[in-house]
Design a protein around this ligand. Structure first.
Ligand SMILES: Cc1cc2nc3c(=O)[nH]c(=O)nc-3n(C[C@H](O)[C@H](O)[C@H](O)COP(=O)(O)O)c2cc1C
Length: 379
């Protein structure tokens, strides 16, 4: 019988065994020597929690939380993930449905593998849309208009992709879209028959949100061409102001690491900042997001909503991020590992695992509510 999966590390190991190497590396890898990736993890490992004792914890701690004028059952959710269908067919919808059921956010990415409209239908109250600003203003405008028509109330604009990240694992694996079947890839697929068969049955994942814009269908676009369009470096303060004018819902700027940028974004009408280094996939010299979060929290007024992602792997990590000043926490890779490891049931199981870990960590440290965590940390 297979070993039970009791931590996000277990999920990663199982995902590694089940996925072809190129798919696992695409999900797991980072830019350059993967220093930023390691730095973000190390910051969590090196941060301690200081327990307060003799706090009556007979009742479970309250994990519900208010963020961006919405009530959430949990203070954490799923970060935007491009090409999730590589983890397993149907990954987008499995994650969206699990988030809806858990009362937590799922952020559908511009390069998702289910349309933004389909995802919204699967998570009608809990989904947000992540926007990449590409070179073509008409496409950006149309994506924003589609998000509004589909019923999204939160738009997350990603700021940290002015160029495509240099991801050595992808380059070494020759990974691109559409997949080129080389002898090496054929061997990789043959060694992972379950994934290959499931993907063959479902059809290879592609960047379906672009289908409406590609000359001859998004399937015919190479990943390099699409990434070049998305990573145009076009996003600047003027474009952000234009998006703010056109979008009446909540607006989040993701990928901020500098306190002055954070302050300027708030001045430009952004409703929340997401401190992120894109999971270490863009700039190998980027700081650990936990450190950047602390600096930004210190520089901004206490009521500016801050989210953080990057390197969060457990309920204790979530508690550390909340203590460091986050109002909300997002996880990326662990949810893809979960789908790869356990299929459609994986994301719901991971929500349960993280919620149980967070509750236990709060009991161990004498925290009774999410709002109380910040109060304790600043006392
Ligand atoms: C496979 C993969 C694809 C990603 N695609 C996107 C994307 O399309 N848009 C975006 O804003 N961030 C994207 N990210 C970054 C995540 O939103 C998030 O910042 C990061 O994964 C957090 O780090 P973690 O994976 O250590 O939790 C991606 C991350 C991964 C791992």
């Amino acid at each position: 019988m297979a070993r039970p999966l009791i931590s996000s590390t277990d999920l990663r190991e199982r995902a590694k065994a089940r996925l072809p190497r190129f798919a696992f590396d695409y999900i797991d890898g980072g830019a350059g020597e993967e220093d930023a990736l390691a730095r973000s993890r190390r910051a969590y490992r090196e941060t301690c929690l200081r327990p307060r004792v003799l706090v009556n914890s007979a009742e479970p701690a309250n994990l519900s939380h208010r963020f961006l004028n919405r009530d959430w059952a949990l203070p954490f959710g799923i970060a935007p993930l491009g090409l999730p269908g590589l983890a397993w067919p149907g990954a987008d919808l499995a994650m969206a449905r699990a988030a809806e059921a858990a009362g937590a956010p799922f952020v559908t990415a511009t390069p998702g593998t289910a349309t933004l409209e389909t995802v919204r239908a699967a998570a009608p109250t809990r989904s947000a849309f992540q926007l990449y600003v590409g070179a073509a203003t008409e496409i950006t405008d149309d994506l924003v208009a589609r998000a509004e028509r589909a019923g999204y109330d939160t738009l997350i604009v990603t700021a940290d992709v002015p160029r495509a990240g240099k991801r050595l694992r992808d380059l070494r694996n020759g990974f691109g879209l559409p997949l080129r079947i080389t002898p090496r890839l054929a061997m990789d697929l043959a060694l992972h028959p379950r994934w290959s068969l499931a993907t063959w049955r479902a059809g290879a994942p592609h960047l379906i949100n672009f289908a409406a814009y590609a000359d001859d269908g998004a399937g015919a676009q190479t990943l390099a061409q699409l990434m070049a369009r998305q990573s145009s470096g076009r996003l600047d303060w003027a474009v952000l102001a234009r998006i703010r004018d056109r979008w009446s819902g909540a607006l989040v700027l993701k990928g901020v690491l500098d306190p002055e940028d954070a302050a300027r974004a708030v001045g430009a009408g952004v409703d929340a900042i997401q401190v992120s280094n894109h999971g270490g996939r863009q700039l190998d010299g980027a700081p650990a997001t936990l450190d950047a979060l602390r600096a930004i929290r210190e520089a901004l007024p206490a009521d500016v909503p801050l989210a953080v992602d990057g390197g969060v792997r457990s309920g204790e990590d979530i508690l550390k991020a909340l203590e460091a000043g986050a109002d909300f926490v997002f996880l990326g890779r662990p949810f893809l590992y979960a789908v790869a490891a356990e299929g459609a049931a994986g994301p719901a199981a991971l929500f349960d695992m993280l919620a149980a870990e967070l509750e236990a960590a709060m009991a161990q440290t004498g925290r009774r509510s999410i709002a109380g965590i910040r109060r304790c940390a600043t006392d």
